[in-house]
Design a protein around this ligand. Sequence first.
Ligand code: SF4
Length: 314
Amino acid sequence: MTDSDAAAPLDDGDAPELPADLGAVREALVDWYEADHREFPWRRTEDPYEILVSEVMSQQTQLDRVVPAWEDFVERWPTTAALAAADRGDVVAFWSDHSLGYNNRAKYLHEAAGQVEDDYGGAFPETPEELRELMGVGPYTANAVASFAFNNGDAVVDTNVKRVLHRAFAVPDDDAAFERVASRVMPEGESRVWNNAIMELGGVACGTTPRCDEAGCPWREWCHAYQTGDFTAPDVPEQPSFEGSRRQFRGRVVRLLGEHDEMDLDTLGHRIRVDYTPDGKHGREWLRGLLSDLADDGLVQIEERNGQTTARLR
Ligand code: SF4
């Protein structure tokens, strides 16, 4: 850390000033993390596949229960090639047997493994933007994989990180403010150690019930909550939801239609998202809207024949 790490006040009005000695703030956290932290097997690997599996499993399950499930999973399907070749039913059954939450996550993981094999020749993409193209991988997971596998991520902002930033630097309970401050605090090019460290702080020191002194929190001297005694935590959802952007699905439709002369609505729907159900939230109505936008943009032609909708590229 150098003097150049010193922070200028944020200029965006709704975020607080960070400590002037931001270099010291960063160094204190990294030193604290490196001196002692919880050991999880996925912290010892830089394999993006293994890290993705751990991230998907951790979305709904306590970390100590994820460990044996993760070990079994990567032993059974050690690579994206192995997972992609597996029967989807077996992957879903594994998920249920290990009580890992929504089965859709197993389907997404299976689908994502196929994408890595088919679209990237078996080599994971390395940037958060590209990782978000994988099925079921939202911004949070993309960042985590880019950070922990490639040291190439942005600041991770999850429930724990928000709580830390809210308490330590009085960041308002606002997603954009959390994103800005998290990026500002992270030392450039050190996403692997930094994201691990700040998530660890939120996990073991700055939990719902803070353990500032017992856990030896390295930020006590700068912490707004520690100084004021107001340990309120922001009101944030516990579960990050799957975020498939419209742009992603538009891309999938165009790519698939490029491989086929024409496709009917349901066949196309099932190919672009694993949670497609004709009459469901992400069903025909949703897909018609997507196709209609693509038609307006002159990319797709929609035909209604004998009560059936088909689409083709123009
Ligand atoms: S001093 Fe306490 S409240 Fe402040 S960041 Fe550390 S653990 Fe959280």
